[in-house]
Design a protein around this ligand. Structure first.
Ligand code: AMP
Length: 405
């Protein structure tokens, strides 16, 4: 029994094929630059007990349908998916599920329509996610497709956390509220943290920090998301690669007035030209750390603002939760950058948060504790694995629906 996970973006499709009993990844890769003159297929696959094969092929990929065709043809040629009947489910990452989707959902025509309606809230992501779903349903009508939403885990937030202090009709008529994102990742590392702590997830209070190119913090109370830093869109909250995170919204009026910027220009400025890139000219944290170590003041400031914002959210969520069992770092920066972790937790000893600097700096990989033995709050590094979480949830949704559909 196998599960295919598809993450369809506007011009790319990433995939992973899992063998569903041991959840081993037997193939992974991506097709990118869909619709451009020169596309690309990248893959890594491994027939059980066979050698790892990797490759890259430059080829035009006019549409998502062609992209998925390439993936399936490649999986067949590699011998990892002889027959589509081996697929128990296809799990699709969908960014925005609005208020309607609280859990992974088997896709039918009504679900397709609902995801389409949600496109107004996520115009860059949902149409691309939907493309992948439509193509998969057309090509493999016999394989159940399951939509796994980035927003679903956060649907447990109380209204005091998800409503903004703006007129009520903007919520009731225009659905303006906090939705939160990265939910699959926060949920996954939260459950792993509970397992490491030896606690039931529904008894755990956690602060999970997903720090990658996009970044968000979540307060998990008794196993449920009770607050999260991303808002109606993934722009709010922490400092990100190219997104500003929290700013005074009046800055927008001022810039519109002073620079004559219209909505697309403001959107570009705050989503694609800001964050680390805006502060110091690059958005790759490895390069920023190198520059800071060489004395570059802009890089040092970018790191300082990033760490201070993370610390501010740790404090805020500590106050909301009252008791914190563990703080969890994940994502490319959270998993790898000891300097950001150290600076985010520095000075929080009175809150019971104390790192073991040796463990923090260690080059160890995988799930690990980086807090000192006498730290009241455990501090953990847990590599996220959104694809695995999507695959498991997709299979569970199919099983809950009574097998095949
Ligand atoms: P993600 O979006 O989760 O893939 O994370 C991407 C971010 O993680 C980029 O800013 C990378 O520079 C950063 N990153 C990856 N590896 C490291 C590392 N070893 N040290 C610091 N940052 C890293």
């Amino acid at each position: 029994m196998k599960v295919l996970v598809l993450n369809s973006g506007s011009s790319s499709i990433k995939f992973q094929l899992f063998e569903g009993t041991g959840w081993q990844v037997i193939a992974s890769g991506a097709v990118s630059r869909i619709g451009e003159a020169e596309g690309e297929v990248e893959y890594t696959w491994q027939v059980p007990d066979g050698p790892m094969q990797t490759g890259r092929q430059g080829i035009a990929i006019p549409s998502h349908q062609d992209g998925i065709d390439h993936i399936i043809a490649g999986l067949r040629a590699a011998g990892v998916l002889a027959d589509l009947a081996e697929l128990a489910a296809i799990g699709h990452r969908v960014v925005h599920g609005g208020e309607r989707f609280h859990r992974p959902t088997l896709v039918d025509d009504a679900v397709v329509e609902a995801i389409r309606e949600m496109s107004a809230l996520a115009p860059l992501h949902n149409p691309a996610n939907l493309d992948g779903i439509l193509v998969a349903r057309r090509l493999f009508p016999q394989v159940p497709s399951v939509a796994v939403f980035d927003t679903a885990f956060h649907q447990t937030m109380p209204r005091t956390a998800y409503r903004y202090a703006i007129p009520e009709y903007l919520y009731t008529r225009y659905r303006v509220r906090r939705y939160g994102f990265h939910g699959t990742s926060h949920h996954y590392v939260g459950e792993r943290a509970a397992a490491l702590l030896g606690l039931a997830f529904d008894q755990c209070n956690l602060i999970t920090l997903h720090l990658g190119n996009g970044a968000s913090a979540t307060a998990i109370g008794a196993g449920r998301s009770i607050d999260t830093s991303m808002g109606m869109t993934p722009l709010e909250g922490l400092v990100m690669g190219t997104r500003c995170g929290d700013i005074d919204p009046a800055i927008l009026f001022y810039l519109a007035d002073q620079l004559g910027l219209n909505e697309p220009a403001l959107d570009d400025l705050l989503n694609r030209q800001s964050g680390l890139l805006g502060l110091c000219g690059v958005n790759d944290m490895r390069e920023i750390q190198r520059r800071a170590a060489d004395g570059d003041d802009a890089a040092e400031l970018a790191i300082g603002i990033t760490a201070q914002r993370i610390k501010k959210y740790i404090g805020a969520y500590y106050a909301e939760l009252g008791r914190v069992d563990a703080i969890v770092f994940t994502g490319g920066i959270g998993e790898n950058d000891a300097n950001i972790r150290r600076r985010s937790c520095a000075g929080l000893e009175n809150l019971g948060i104390r790192l073991d600097e040796g463990a923090n700096q260690s080059s160890a990989r995988g799930e690990r504790t980086i807090s000192a033995a006498d730290s009241r709050v455990r501090v953990l590094v847990i590599p996220t694995n959104e694809e695995l979480a999507i695959a498991r949830q997709a299979l569970a949704a199919v099983a809950a629906a009574g097998g095949d559909s």
